[in-house]
Design a protein around this ligand. Sequence first.
Ligand code: ZN
Length: 688
Amino acid sequence: MRKRGWGLTTATVLLLSTVTFSFPIAANAELPAAADELSLVRVQLPTEAMFDELLASGADIAARPRMDDGRLLVDLVLTGSQLDALTARGAKTVQVIQRAGDAQARFAESQRSSQRATAADTLHFLSANWWSSEGRTFLQTLVATTAIADPDVEITVTWTAANGATGSFPLQRFVDAGEYQYHVADPQVLPAQPTKVTASSSLGGVSRVVTPTAWPGATPPPLPVGYQKDFIDAYMTPTDIKARIARLGRQYPNLVEVVDLPHKTQGYRRTATAYLGDPANAAVVVESKQFGDQGPNGWQVKTVNPGKPNQPAQATWRDRVLTVSLATDHTGAVISTTDQIAALISARFPQRFSAFVEDGSAGKAMPVAGPTTMDDGLDGSVSRKPWTVQALRIGAHRDGSRIGVLAYSQEHAREWGTPLVTLEFAERLLANYSTDAATRQLLESVEVFVIPTVNPDGANYSFNDASFQRKNLVNHCTGAQRDPRNADSWGVDVNRNYTVGSVFDGYVGASITNCLSGTYAGTAELSEAESNNVIALAKAHDNIKFAMNVHSYGGYFMWPPGAYAMPGRVTLPRPSAEEAAMFQASAKRIVGAISASRGTVTWPSRTGPVADVLYSAAGNSADQLYYELGIFAWDFEIGNDRWNPQTSQWEGVGFQPPFAEAHAESQEYAEGLVELLRVARDYDRQGR
Ligand SMILES: [Zn+2]
C-alpha cells in the first residue's frame, strides 16, 4: 500500500474498500499497476492547461472532466509510466477504478452471481382471498415464482389470523400445456379472518407481506318478503322440460313466448345392429341403413349351410329376414370367411344394410349363426322423432328493444342439474313479475332468452341408457368403430363443434380423429344441429349482449379465452383491459349472489378465463358468442366442491348428485343468473 497520502478523500477510501469487499480479487489498492499495464484511473489535474494538453495529445479520456470541490477530476485510461509522468507534474491519483487485468476476474464473478440470481427466486401473490361459509373461514392464495423453469421449487404460505393464530400450508405447482402458470392450493380452513400472508420458497425467495381481501366482496340485494322460488322438485328429462316450457308459455302468455329453434336434432334414435356369429370368436356386424324405429328393429339375420358342395355364397331378403347361405367346397365344407360375408351383405343390399367384420374377427371362418334380431339398443320409451329444441323468450317487451341475456344449459347430456338452474331462473322471473317490484323492473329493462336443454337426444340417452353420456346421439364413426360395443362412446361433443378457436383451426382440447373421444368435435365446424341452434338464436336477436353457458360440475365461473393453440400455448385474443375488468367485476357480483343462497363460494382459483383456470376447450360456444358476436359470454360449472368437516376434505359432487344437492345447486345458480340480469341492466344504463 503505497501512496496512502495521495489526497484520497474519506469517501474514496470508503468506495475503494467497498469495491474490495464486493470484488475480492480486484487489487485496486495496489497503486498503480506495472509501468506498461493499462489502468482506468481518476486523476486530479493541477491545471486546466494540463487537461487541454491531454486532449490535444489524444489521451484516452474515459469521462468528461468535472469540477469537484474545486478539484479538476478526469478519468483516464493510461499506463503506469504515463501516470507517473502526470504525477511528477502535480497530478494526483484519486482512484484506480479498474486495471486491465481486473476484467477477466470480474466476468467470472458475474457468472457466479448470475447463477445465484437464477437459483434464488422472487415470489408475488397473484391473489390472496378469504371468505366465510357455513361458520368457517377459508383462505385461498395464488402465488407466482420467478423460478418458472424449476419443477422442484416448493412454496409455503404462512398466515396470521385476527385472533393471533398463525399457520402455514404448501402450494402445488400448476403447469398447463407444459407451461408454468402459478402455485395454488385448495382453500384452507382458518380459525379467524387472516390479517396477513407471506410466501416463501425452497429456493430462498420470499414475497412481500400481503393483506388478504374479502372474496367475492359483493352481496346481492336481499330477496323481498314473499319472493317466490323453488320450482324444482325432481330431475327433469327432456320430455319433462318440454312440458314445463309449455306450461310456462300457457301460464304467463303476456311475459313469455316459446321459440322453436330451427335445427331439429336427429332424435333419440340409432340404427339397428346385430352380431352375426359370436363376437368372442368370429362375427360380422350387420347394421341397418335406417334408424331402428323406422323398421329395422326386429329384423333378423342368419347364416346357413347350403348342405351341398361347390355352392357360392349368396344373400336373400324375405319377410324381414336376411339369410346368408355360405359358400362350400367340393366336399361340402363351408369355406366363407367373415370378410367375404360382410362384403357380400353390403354389396347385395346397399340400401338396406351395411356389414363389417367385428374387431378381431378378420379373416376367420364365417360360422353358421342366427337368427339374430336386429335392434337399435335404446331402452327409453321416449319419442324417437327428431327433437325440436325450444327456448323461452321472457320479458315485458319482447321486441329487441331491451338488452338481451341468454342462458343455455345441458350442451352436455349428463349434466342433469343444469336445466334445473335455467328453468328455476325462468320461473322465478315469471312468477314474481306481478308481486315483486324489483323483478318487474328487471323484466321491463332486460329481455331474457333461455334454452334449458341444448342436447335433448343425448340427455334422453343419459337418462335411459348410459348415465355418463356427454355428447349428442349422432354417430359419425366409420368401420369397426361402429361396433355396438362402442355405443356409449358415440356422438359429438356439442361444446367442441363451434367455429372459433376450433380443433379444425389447430386449437387444443378436442378430437377430430377419434369419434369415440369424449371431446370428439364432429365432422366439421357446426356439423351438428345442437350447436347451430345456439348460434341461430343468438344471431336472430342482436340485442343479446350477455350469455351464460351452464355446465356441471366443479364450481367454476369462467370467460374467454377458452382455447389455445400449440406450440406456445397461444390463446385466443385476451379481452381488452376494460373488458377483462368487466368480466372480473361482474363475476364477483354473480359469485356473491350464488353464495347468498347457502353459502357456496366459488373459489378465486376457479374464477377466470377458461384457458387459465380449467383447460383449453377448442371450439366451445362461449368463445363463439364472444369473438364472433360480441357477446359477454360466461360459463358456469355448477356443483361446487363441498367442505366435509369430518374428513377435512373438499369433496366433488358429480354430474348427477343426490337430488337434494342438485336442488340446492338449482337455487343458488338461479340467484346467480338473476344477478346476471342486474349486471346487464346496469351495463345498459351506463351506456353500451
Ligand atoms: Zn359440460
